[in-house]
Design a protein around this ligand. Sequence first.
Ligand SMILES: O=C(O)[C@H](O)[C@@H](O)[C@H](O)[C@H](O)COP(=O)(O)O
Length: 240
Amino acid sequence: MSAPEKIILADGAALANAAAARLITELVDAQAARGQAHIVLTGGSNGGALLKAVAASPARDVVDWTRVDLWWGDERFLPAGDAERNETQAREYLLDALPLEPKRVHVMAPSDGTYGDDVDAAAAAYAAELEAAGNPAFDVLMLGVGPDGHVASLFPGHPGYAVTSGTVIAVRESPKPPPVRISLTLGAIGNARQVWLLAGGEGKAEAVAGALGDVDLPAGAVRGTERTLWLLDRAAASKL
Ligand SMILES: O=C(O)[C@H](O)[C@@H](O)[C@H](O)[C@H](O)COP(=O)(O)O
């Protein structure tokens, strides 16, 4: 478990660019050390901006994308191709432009896929996929932070936050729409070498201050084994 550290950037654009540059470097380092890299993507605006910044970076070509495994921290349980799916957005912002190995792109099932609308079966299938890959220690796991202090689809006071076993859960009645989701558990998140929390904008300031203070929030509960890094802009850091 690593103690939280923070880096404060001027604004949202600087936050996205700094996180993108850092991600590219970490991917290169992980591949040099271990031959491959596992990263976990997040939904949300800050995670999306990071992916767009990677897409726009000339440095992205130093990564061997054919040896990157992509996972998701959470997914909105919607039909394949739905514009609100985190997968759909990630493909549009970055993935479609990369020479990825399709079998290394580990998407959480849509609501009209193999498991139909059975979100429990879809969550179990993702846990099985992680297990089949050896429950990898993710090199970098990125998380957006909600104004209520949620990360992935683990919401304060919601049952998923209290789950202490297993790697993947089905989430119902999510306070943030859509209501049905799939999420990594706190335990699975804690298996990452590096956990990065991305938060930009004034709307996040209270959650950031609470999570880095002593409020019991999912954003404050996550830790990487080697590093827990908050990447903030000035507005999100304004209540620290
Ligand atoms: O699927 C999702 O909605 C998320 O993965 C969620 O956890 C998100 O990252 C935060 O809500 C922050 O989102 P914003 O960056 O858009 O505020």
